[in-house]
Each structure stands twice: as structure tokens, then as C-alpha cells.
Design a protein. Structure first.
Lengths: 380, 275
């Protein structure tokens, strides 16, 4: 049996979390993500899970890392200022390879900015917010049903690659209400499993890997005692500061992601089969773009939409391929232009890339975007 | 168990020698933690040791338990996550005075308030040792530090009173001179169901003692002997004789206040019963 519900994106994330088997949430109230915390405070105890409202965003990150070490699937949720506060420990989770999911429902920034207004201004922060070279995954849903699906997918990726996954939402998607059909029984959803060691505890090396480059991760209390640190460490997990150990750690953490881009990077194409011009948009911005594409098509313009579902790692191959298929590209994003630089880099001058940046705290209308598409096409 | 047996059982092979300076009190405090765990005969798999960043926080890497060397000031949030997610683990936090009371001060008071069953051992050497001698919130007023070259003008925290006011249910203090007492207090702290603070007054001869002309490690331990007063005697001291001294022993203990993870289990039962 299934239910047809009218949910907002934040609530769909919560349903996705329960379906994924999340058993621990630590967070701090912040608009426009608070519904995630409120709803999990109610639902987690019903499934035997734990919810804790910590004293701040930093503590929330620390608590989810700690809980993940006990083998639980964990989540935290935040927005703008809170996402900034979480950055140091996001780096810790990258360095120590701790699976966890961070929901960031973006709002207008910097600083307090506009708490209830949509923005996609954290694109680069999601990739580069913490200090040092690091690799992680960010996914961006564009509908309420996709909030549910991508939350499940976030856990699949996080557990498989032992990496923090950011569910990079925006206020449009977080607060928009849409129809979603969900099964009554979530047990049909596959539960992401963390790789476990197959050696004896005394032979266990915490960061030794097979060809997957992803180390096994036994839970605290399982009999495999290991050391977790944010210091650069070798395969034993203990600090080691030699150039060789530093290089090995960085290269493996990079390769475990970059060797698997086919598995990690998802891009949706809409009416792209015969498109001569592509709009690249994601999240809330993509909702405008679907309609714009339909309007353009009615006017006989061969326009399609390319929607990165995986924001990070960047859809390099897909954008390079796109450059060989169309005559021009317009990137539409709800910021002053962040993703466009990555697209330009990948396209590398092969076709013109233009930007429709919308950063006045309101999403674009389809007509506004269509006008920008026409301008860009006329300039080709 | 003699010392060699204890080292072989509870310290990780190949991780010693430690990084601490000659005369540092951190080894004494860490030894007291291990003796307490040995006395209670806690299975190593059931113990999680979480530390922050700083000299004392390097202790976690030497010990053969489930260990986390977390981020600066964040040992208590990490430990809160571990304990709440798996309450059967004995969770012990090893942290320094700067780690616990400056950058981690907010986490410290809230963990006290929740009365979550953590045993927090604060290695108080009155200084940031790893960065070379800057003042912490527990550097005594008037002391020299590299960032207080004219003397510390801020008042220092009384950490045990802070913990008590914030809701901790077991609060104790000892020094590295009073090592047996320190170990016994850690035993009590681990046995206590609720938030336990054990402040371990320790010496940093290199980064604190030298700047403050306190002599070598032995002289600094004698300073501890001469300034620490057992709580029973302390309570009888007239106020004017307390000046410059501090009490040691169990300073505050209350039974029966609800522990956080137990309260959460009751919440789960309520949420599931209400379905």
C-alpha cells in the first residue's frame, strides 16, 4: 500500500532519512531548514532512533560524527550561517572518512542575509568550504519527490565511499509543497551497508584498503578497536607526517571519488535530443527552466535543459560532451555566478557560455529566463 | 597489575614513547585514567576515549580502546554523539584546560546541563602547552604567558564550581602529586551515572613553569602538595586561609538526577507506546 501526500521538500527529506535507516540526528534550529529537525524529533524515537538539539551547529557536526562511529546512519541539517559553522568538522569527516549526510537548505547570504529567501550562493562553499584539499559529494534535488530519492541516494553514496554527502537544497525546494507518493512500508528500500573488515581484530588496520580504495569501518564496541584522527595518518590510522604518507592519504581520498564518477555523477537531460541550445540549471532554478524550455519549444526554438543532480564532483565529462552537441549554453543560477565558472572551464571556449544570475532573493520567472535564452541565442 | 603489565594491556604497542616534554604531568594523569579502567576491569571494547586537540589530547592515540582524537574544543560533542548513539559504551573524555574551557566551553556547560553519562578528565596545566605557552581561561590571574607578557589580567575559571552550577552531578579535583587520589576519583567518576568532571591539576614545567619561575617538575609538584587541601580540611578552613589554595577530593556529588541517555530511552518508550 502507498500513500499520496502533499509534503514540502524538507519533510520529504525526513521521510527519505527514515527510509534510509537514519537512527541519529543532531542539529540546531535555523531557517529554512528547521522543519527537518522538528520532524525528526518526532519520528526518530518512533523507530528507536535518537534526536538531539545541540548547543550550536559545531556541536551538531561533532555529535553526528561521534554517532556515525557507532555504526549508525546519521544526519544533520542547517542553512547558511550554520553551514559556515559546520565547515571545520566537515573537513574532519573528509579526513577521517566518516559517513554522514549534511542537509543545507540554502538561503540568501552572506551573514544573516535573508533567512526565508531562496539562493544558491553556497555552491562553492559546499565544495571548498573547509580548509585544505578534500573530496566530497553534493546532490541537489529539484522536486519534493526527488528530495526523498536523493536522501536515500545520499546514504548509499556516503556509506559506500565513506565520505560526507551534502544534500544541497535551496529554499524553493525546501519549502515548496508537492505531491509525493510513498509506500506505507519503507522496508522495501535497500539499506546502504558499510563495509566491514574480514580480518581478525588484531590484524585490523583502520585505513588499509582493497582496490575500492575505501577502508572497512567497524563500529565502536564491535571488538575492532581503532583510532580516529584529523591528523594526517597512514593505513594504521595513527598520525604520520611524512611526505609519502601525506601524498598517499590525499591521493587515495581523491581517487576513491574520482575513479567512480560514473557511479556518483548524475545529470538529467530534458528535451535535449535535438536541442541546439542548452540551459544548465539545478535545484530551484531548474524548476523555472523546465517551463522556459517548454515555452521556447512552443515558439520553435530548439532549447533543452541539462540539470546536474550531482553538483559535486562536477559533471566534467557531461559538460564537455554537451559542448560538442549544442551551439551555446546559458547557465542559470540563483547567485552571482558560481557554477558557471566550472561550466566555462569544461567547455573551454568550444561554444559560448553565458550566465543568467538571479540574486535578488526571488527565483526567476519562466518568461524572464526565456528572455535571457533568446538574448543568448541571438548573440550566437 | 604492575606498571609493565598495565602498559602492555592498555597502551597500544608501538605508539610509545609519547610526545610530552620531560617533567610533564600528562603522563601521570593518563596513567591514573588507565589505573582506574584497570581497577574497574572494564572490557577494552566497551570503552571509548575521546580527546580534543592539545598536548593532553594526544593521550587517546596511545591507549588501546575505541579512540578519537577529535577537533579542538569538540571532544564533548563527539563524545555526546558516541554515548547517545550507543549508551552501553563507557565514554571517557580527555581534554586540556584550553580545549575544555575556552574553545570548548559552551559544549562543556551543556554536557553538564544534560547530565549525560560522560567522564570528563580535564588536564589542567594552566596554559596552552602545544602552541608554546599562551594563557588559557584557567591561567591564574597575574601569571605570565607568551600572550600575557605583562601578566594575566583576566580572572580564571573555577571549573569545578562552573560544572556544578551548570548541572554536573559528580565533580572532583586532584593533582598529579595526589596521583592515588586522582585515580580513585576517576574510578568514582566512571562509576557515577551522569556527567562527571575530574579536574586534574597538572604541571607544564616548560611552557608555564619556566615563564613563572616555578622551578622544575619536582618543585611544581611540591607546589601542588602545598596548595591543594583535602575537602574535609578545606571545609573547616577560615576564609582568609583559603586564599591561593584549592580543595581536592569529591567536591560535589548528587545521586538520583536523571541521566540523559536513560531519559532518552524513556522518551523512545513513550513515543513507541503512543503509536
Amino acid at each position: 500500500m502507498s500513500r499520496v501526500l502533499l509534503l514540502q521538500g524538507n519533510q520529504a527529506v525526513v521521510e527519505g532519512a527514515i527510509a534510509a535507516g537514519v537512527k541519529f540526528f543532531a542539529g540546531y534550529p535555523i531557517t529554512p531548514s528547521t522543519e527537518v529537525a522538528e520532524s525528526l524529533a518526532e519520528k526518530l524515537p518512533q523507530v528507536g532512533g535518537k534526536f538531539i538539539q545541540m548547543e550550536d551547529e559545531i556541536a551538531s557536526m561533532g555529535a553526528v560524527i561521534g554517532a556515525s562511529l557507532t555504526g549508525k546512519k546519521v544526519m544533520t541539517a542547517t542553512s547558511g550561517p550554520g553551514f559556515s559553522l559546520k565547515q571545520e568538522l566537515i573537513g574532519y569527516a573528509c579526513a577521517a572518512e566518516i559517513p554522514l549526510v549534511i542537509v543545507n537548505v540554502q538561503r540568501v547570504g552572506p551573514s544573516t542575509g535573508q533567512p526565508t529567501s531562496p539562493s544558491q550562493g553556497d555552491l562553492m562553499q559546499a565544495r571548498w568550504g573547509t580548509h585544505g584539499d578534500h573530496w566530497l559529494i553534493a546532490l541537489t534535488p529539484a522536486s519534493v519527490p526527488e528530495c526523498f530519492e536523493l536522501t536515500l541516494r545520499a546514504y548509499a553514496l556516503s556509506e559506500k565511499y565513506r565520505v560526507p554527502v551534502i544534500l544541497l537544497m535551496d529554499e524553493v525546494i525546501g519549502h515548496m509543497r508537492e505531491k509525493i507518493e510513498l509506500p506505507d512500508d519503507y522496508s522495501e528500500f535497500p539499506q546502504a551497508e558499510r563495509k566491514q573488515p574480514d580480518c581478525k581484530p588484531e590484524d585490523f588496520k583502520a585505513y588499509a584498503t582493497d582496490e575500492s580504495l575505501v577502508p572497512a569501518m567497524p563500529a565502536f564496541g564491535s571488538g575492532y578497536r581503532w583510532h580516529v584522527t584529523g591528523l594526517v595518518h597512514d593505513e594504521t590510522g595513527f598520525p604520520k607526517g611524512t611526505p609519502a604518507a601525506t601524498l598517499a592519504a590525499a591521493n587515495r581520498q581523491r581517487a576513491k571519488i574520482e575513479n567512480n564518477l560514473d557511479d556518483i555523477v548524475q545529470v538529467e537531460n530534458y528535451r535535449m535530443e535535438d536541442a541546439e541550445f542548452a540551459v544548465v540549471a539545478f535545484g530551484g532554478g531548474a524548476r523555472t527552466a523546465y517551463e522556459t524550455v517548454d515555452m521556447a519549444r512552443k515558439e520553435g526554438l530548439k532549447v533543452g535543459l541539462v540539470r546536474p543532480v550531482t553538483i559535486w564532483p562536477f559533471a566534467e565529462a557531461q559538460m564537455k560532451e554537451l559542448a560538442g552537441k549544442v551551439k551555446g549554453i546559458l547557465v542559470h543560477e540563483l547567485n552571482c555566478g558560481q557554477y558557471v565558472h566550472e561550466v566555462e572551464r569544461a567547455v573551454n571556449g568550444k561554444v559560448p557560455v553565458s550566465l543568467y544570475a538571479k540574486y535578488d532573493n526571488e527565483p526567476a520567472t519562466p518568461a524572464q529566463l526565456l528572455e535571457e535564452v533568446k538574448k543568448a541565442m541571438a548573440a550566437l | 597489575m604492575n606498571m609493565e603489565e598495565m602498559i602492555n594491556k592498555y597502551f597500544r604497542p608501538g605508539r610509545l614513547p609519547h610526545i610530552w616534554c620531560p617533567g610533564c604531568g600528562n603522563g601521570v594523569v593518563t596513567g591514573c585514567v588507565v589505573k582506574a579502567i584497570a581497577k574497574l576491569d572494564l572490557p577494552k571494547d566497551d570503552v571509548a576515549v575521546i580527546s580534543g586537540i592539545g598536548c593532553s589530547s594526544r593521550a587517546s592515540g596511545y591507549l588501546d580502546f575505541n579512540t578519537v582524537h577529535s577537533a579542538h574544543g569538540r571532544a564533548i560533542p563527539f563524545a555526546t554523539g558516541v554515548k547517545l548513539a550507543d549508551p552501553k559504551l563507557n565514554v571517557i573524555v580527555l581534554t586540556g584546560d584550553g580545549d575544555a574551557t575556552a574553545i570548548g566551553g559552551n559544549h562543556f556547560i551543556h554536557a553538564c546541563r544534560r547530565n549525560i553519562d560522560l567522564t570528563v578528565v580535564v588536564y589542567n596545566n594552566s596554559i596552552y602547552g602545544m602552541t608554546g605557552g599562551q594563557y588559557s581561561p584557567m591561567t591564574p590571574t597575574g601569571s605570565k604567558a607568551t600572550t600575557a607578557p605583562y601578566g594575566m589580567i583576566e580572572p580564571d575559571f573555577n571549573l569545578t564550581e562552573l560544572a556544578r552550577a551548570a548541572g554536573a552531578t559528580f565533580v572532583a579535583r586532584a593533582t598529579t602529586f595526589h596521583a592515588q587520589m586522582l585515580s580513585d576519583l576517576i574510578v568514582k567518576g566512571i562509576q557515577h551515572k551522569g556527567f562527571s568532571l575530574i579536574e586534574a591539576v597538572s604541571a607544564c614545567p616548560i611552557s608555564f613553569g619556566r615563564q613563572n619561575k616555578m622551578g622544575g617538575p619536582a618543585e611544581m609538584m611540591m607546589w601542588q602538595r602545598d596548595h591543594a587541601v583535602p575537602i574535609a580540611a578545606w571545609d573547616k578552613l577560615p576564609e582568609e586561609k583559603k586564599e591561593g589554595k584549592f580543595p581536592i577530593g569529591v567536591l560535589y556529588e548528587v545521586e538520583g538526577r536523571k541521566e540523559y541517555t536513560e531519559a532518552y530511552d524513556e522518551l523512545i518508550a513513550m513515543a513507541q507506546g503512543g503509536k
